[in-house]
Design a protein around this ligand. Structure first.
Ligand code: MLT
Length: 351
């Protein structure tokens, strides 16, 4: 099996794959560079940070399996994957706990002015009086997208005495009941925004969520509240957020995902002291990446096994068909003549 690993993958997983397969590692390359590497590849492993476009997949006629070593599918042309019949495997479970914990970490950082305190002390400023923070206990946590990650965050937050309230696109009675059992009150989007002291965003990026947290949504949030985004950059309108923070309407924001990501990108929000910025590390824990690495290897091995079984079945079927044909031919007393180019030139077999 010929594999291209296009995003950082646990080294032990890469080594395991290399023992059995032909593996190219090209982490976080521009799509144009990947297109020159993908030509004969049958499997592509990727995370966020690379764009898996139709044009790229068109460069890989043998591509059979895509392994998304994480959750989001916003960097993949899913429609084209369906059309080409490429198998897609997504490993979303291991990252859920890591992202939920990171949301808590960012909430603590905001509530206790950790970023400012650290920066000031590095300059010799002992600003004990000006760095008074807030408790999280007793505060309302608004979860925009109370799915797998969002609901985990709700459970963690409620153990600390926060009151989680969340909205979810798929709010069937069964889903609402499950969330209630986890201690999360379900409400509509606007109610969540208006009720929360901290709003944490956990929706996938698609046409219906692009710029979901826009100027209007921010204006519905409580005066002095905080925003946390660990979903995708395009979900929050960063210009509107800048305005809400600069004018003091919001007290602070923490963003792990950004409109423009990658080496050398500096968000205008970095000018504001009440903003915490991290480089898309929500799922980046040693344990999470180890689990993901193990699953990547398992998925590829299972796929190879399935493909081998399938081709064995196919050749068995072909053999069966051939022997059936031969016995029918023999029964009719005929000779099977195969016409090849060589046969025609040397022996001029004519039927
Ligand atoms: C994910 O969608 O799983 C996360 O954004 C992590 C990643 O892909 O790097």
């Amino acid at each position: 099996m010929k594999i291209l690993v296009a995003s950082h993958l646990e080294p032990s997983a890469v080594r395991q794959l290399q023992q059995h397969y032909d593996v190219i590692c090209a982490f976080d390359q521009p799509t144009a560079d990947l297109s020159s590497l993908i030509g004969d590849r049958e499997v592509l492993v990727f995370r966020s940070g690379v764009e898996i476009t139709r044009a790229l997949m068109d460069c890989a006629p043998e591509l059979k399996l895509l392994v998304r070593a994480g959750c989001g599918l916003d960097n993949l042309d899913c429609e084209y994957v369906r059309k080409r019949g490429i198998v897609l495997r997504r490993i979303s479970e291991p990252a859920a706990q890591a992202v939920a914990e990171m949301a808590l970490a960012l909430m603590f950082a905001l509530a206790r002015n950790i970023r400012q305190a650290d920066a000031m002390l590095r300059h010799g400023e002992w600003a004990k009086e000006t760095l008074e923070g807030h408790l999280l206990a007793g505060k309302v946590l608004g979860i925009v997208g109370a799915g797998n990650i969002g609901s985990r965050l709700g459970v963690l937050a409620s153990t600390m005495g926060m009151e989680p309230i969340g909205c979810i696109a798929d709010s069937t009675p069964a889903v609402v009941q499950t969330l209630r059992e986890k201690g999360i009150t379900v409400a509509d989007f606007h109610t969540v925004l208006a009720a929360a002291d901290f709003v944490s965003v956990h929706v996938p990026l698609n046409d219906s969520t692009r710029n979901l947290i826009n100027g209007r949504a921010l204006s519905l949030m409580k005066e002095g509240s905080y925003l946390i985004n660990l979903a995708r950059g395009g979900v929050v309108d960063e210009t509107a957020l800048y305005f809400a923070l600069a004018t003091g309407r919001l007290c602070g924001a923490a963003l792990d995902v950004h409109e423009h990501e990658g080496q050398g990108q500096i968000s205008p929000l970095a000018q504001l002291s009440n903003v915490v910025l991290t480089p898309h590390i929500g799922a980046s824990t040693v344990e999470t990446q180890q689990q993901i690495g193990v699953r990547v290897v398992e998925i590829i091995e299972a796929f190879v096994q399935q493909s081998e079984q399938q081709s064995e079945r196919q050749s068995e079927q072909q053999c069966k068909q051939q022997s059936e044909q031969q016995s029918m031919t023999a029964a009719r007393g005929e000779t099977d003549i195969r016409v090849t180019a060589g046969a025609l030139s040397h022996e001029m077999v004519r039927i």
